[in-house]
Ligand binder design. Sequence first.
Ligand code: PGA
Length: 251
Amino acid sequence: MARKTFIAGNWKMNTNLEEATKLAQDIVAAMGTVTDVDIAICPPYTNLSEVARIVKGSTVKLGAQDVYWEASGAYTGKVSCGMLKSVGVTYVIIGHSEQRQYFGETDETVNKKVKAALAAGLLPIICVGETLDERKSGKMDDVIARQTKGAFTGLSAEDADKCTIAYEPVWAIGTGETATPQQANEAHVFIRSIIKEMLGEAVADAMRIQYGGSMKPGNAKELLAQSDVDGGLIGGAALKADSFFGIVQPA
Ligand code: PGA
């Protein structure tokens, strides 16, 4: 089944308002009419409203980097799905390894966030991936299976259809070290087999699985050529319009 390539830029904790405005404008100018690849950019919360204004009317969609599952109330520092919707957000990254490593994200909180996002009409980009230790000690499959199952627990096929998975080996994130196309594809095939086991063949076949971890113009083509690599979640290389475009173009 043909899955439409999906490239998303994760700006992480980068860009003040002025920088975000410029970057979003440059991205829209370079690729705002591309229709054969789905494109999203995920700036920090503080820049969402302004970037929403800039991408409006283009084919570039807006994403957030995290969300909280409660709708409102006394949760200092948190942002709800409804708030994201209200400023024009389409996608939300959930379970990024940096959230898991530094901010106590667990498979349970990922699942709560995924369910809340879907209920609010947001499209989750769910991150999974092993650390170097986990890979070296042969626990990689267990970890990826546990994270994937955790994220999709209790979801209907219809809900799962709205999700994207990002396979991001932690050892490749921001390190300049990339999984080889073969390593990436093996992991993607494995993740797809978990989805098939949980939700059936049709959902598994349609599920887009992005690769993330030092993807850049120089390696994107080969990674994206793999049978089960359906896009990329891009960190560092998404912070300049020309390198981001260098990934979108071969896609
Ligand atoms: P990177 O980050 O492209 O800078 O490795 C990817 C990510 O963490 O989403």
